[in-house]
Design a protein around this ligand. Sequence first.
Ligand SMILES: [Fe+2]
Length: 224
Amino acid sequence: MALEFPDLPYGYEALEPLVSGTTLKTHHGRHHRAYVDNANALVLGTDLAGKTLEEIVKRSAQRAATDPAMIAVFNNAAQAWNHAFYWRSLTPRGGREPQGALGRRIAADFGGYAGFAQAFKTAATKLFGSGWAWLVADGEVLRILTTANADTPIVQERLAPLLVVDVWEHAYYLDRQADRAAYVSGVVNHLLDWEFAAENYRRAASASRTAPATGPAPAAAAAA
Ligand SMILES: [Fe+2]
């Protein structure tokens, strides 16, 4: 079965004035759709056809080092996955701070919500070129990380994404021209969906409790 092009979880005008309907129509209707269409065309007739989007992302990432054809598969499939996750990371009812277990974890790891918001904005704004800014669970700890181009944390087994902000120019240029900082501030202050993040955090925490011990994470091993 071909990969599906998912609907936005809200209307094209729902995030105005921070993200305009014009931007969302182009971003979702043209950019995101093209990634899905390209991924479908690229896997047709290969052993990746019929796999889930997540499987295609992970398998193409593994094979790209030895099979250059997999680079285009990865780029398009990962962009399809990242965009679907990005739409769900935003909500017209955003602007509330995270509560419950996730709120406490953010307070512990970033010295409070304001500390998180400032660090996230800085990371997203300073990322050179095109890419993504993520809040991820890395085992028990939360981390802010950025990825370039189509790269995605789902190819690293120990990382569970909780939220993402797209900082490709196509995400903000029609509304803000080159002012990425204004776009990032608007999104972080008013549009992040902390209920979606909390659900992802619950799932990640439960998976890490039930996962078999596999030794230290690579970063910890390297530091030892
Ligand atoms: Fe995008």
